[in-house]
Design a protein around this ligand. Structure first.
Ligand code: SF4
Length: 296
């Protein structure tokens, strides 16, 4: 069992293993299942993630409200043209993250990790890193174990809910989970993985949850794209040897405290932030009149 990053790191040192190995052992105990059974369950989740992160790239997908759609196709076409600012890998990851969020907003099948609103970040990070490194399904399952270990720590010590902690607790947590997973995939140490997670979460502390018209469309979809970029950049920093001055466990505590003092208007109530802008309000009124909006 573990409750803190420091405890996982200590266990990896004692057993000379990775974060994913500790999380897998813990899951086996909790679920009273064999390692193979746990891996097979995760394999099913991974396949859902792979499908969601590709389907809206291949075929334009519009959300139920009509508020978002077609952006994963646009992002991937732009990437394929080869003249991007951030390069091929980052643009592939963004297209995948947007795809999963468009699938979610169209009521398609996704794997919520840690939540439906932030579901695009972890899969986009893991699938893109695996593609770049030539890694296979078992490695991606390990990466999901690492990500879930980080998510468990955030859940135990803070929250993974936008309604309780703002978007820092959803897209921020997802970016932290993804950052740690990428570091392990690239052969970084458990310490590096938690530095990456800390850097990713620190970058979005205070991020509010302000879904326009109360729908997980705007700004959620694009926050998935920026969330995966945050994860990749944080992983690169940690792999370069850059450390987080504030340890991961303290960043999580800070995130929780920030969420507690955040006004209710900025915690999924759609009463503040972007939801309260003139455009956000106009969209809300138009949707209430059952008049779909096509401004992506
Ligand atoms: S803005 Fe709110 S609903 Fe949207 S992804 Fe962030 S936490 Fe979830």
């Amino acid at each position: 069992m573990y409750n803190k990053a420091t405890e996982i790191i200590e266990q990896t040192k004692k057993e000379n293993c990775r974060i994913s190995d500790i999380v897998l052992k813990n899951e086996c105990k909790l679920e009273e299942a064999s390692e193979q059974q746990i891996r097979d369950r995760i394999r099913k989740v991974l396949r859902v993630m792979q499908e969601a992160s590709e389907s809206a790239v291949k075929k334009e997908t519009t959300s139920i409200s009509g508020l978002i759609g077609g952006n994963a196709v646009k992002a991937d076409k732009y990437r394929a043209a080869g003249n991007t600012v951030c390069g091929d890998t980052v643009n592939k990851a963004m297209a995948r993250a947007i795809s999963s969020s468009e699938v979610n907003a169209s009521m398609g099948r996704i794997a919520a990790m840690p939540t439906a609103g932030s579901n695009g970040i972890v899969p986009a990070a893991i699938i893109t890193a695996a593609e770049k490194l030539g890694l296979g399904e078992e490695d991606m399952i390990d990466a999901l174990l690492t990500a879930s270990g980080v998510g468990q720590i955030i859940k135990k010590n803070a929250t993974l809910s936008g309604a309780e902690g703002g978007c820092q607790a959803e897209c921020g947590a997802a970016a932290a989970m993804a950052a740690a997973a990428i570091v392990e995939m690239y052969g970084g140490t458990p310490e590096m993985a938690f530095h990456a997670a800390a850097i990713a979460l620190k970058s979005v502390l205070g991020l509010v949850c302000d879904p326009v018209a109360g729908l997980v469309d705007v700004p959620c979809s694009k926050r998935n794209a920026s969330g995966v970029v945050n994860a990749m950049a944080s992983a690169d920093m940690a792999l370069a040897g850059i450390t987080s001055v504030i340890p991961f466990d303290e960043v999580v505590d800070a995130m929780y405290k920030i969420g507690k003092v955040m006004p209710a208007a900025l915690k999924e109530t759609a009463l503040g932030g972007l939801a309260a802008t003139p455009t956000g309000q106009a969209i809300k009124c138009r949707l209430a009149g059952n008049n779909p909006v096509t401004n992506h």
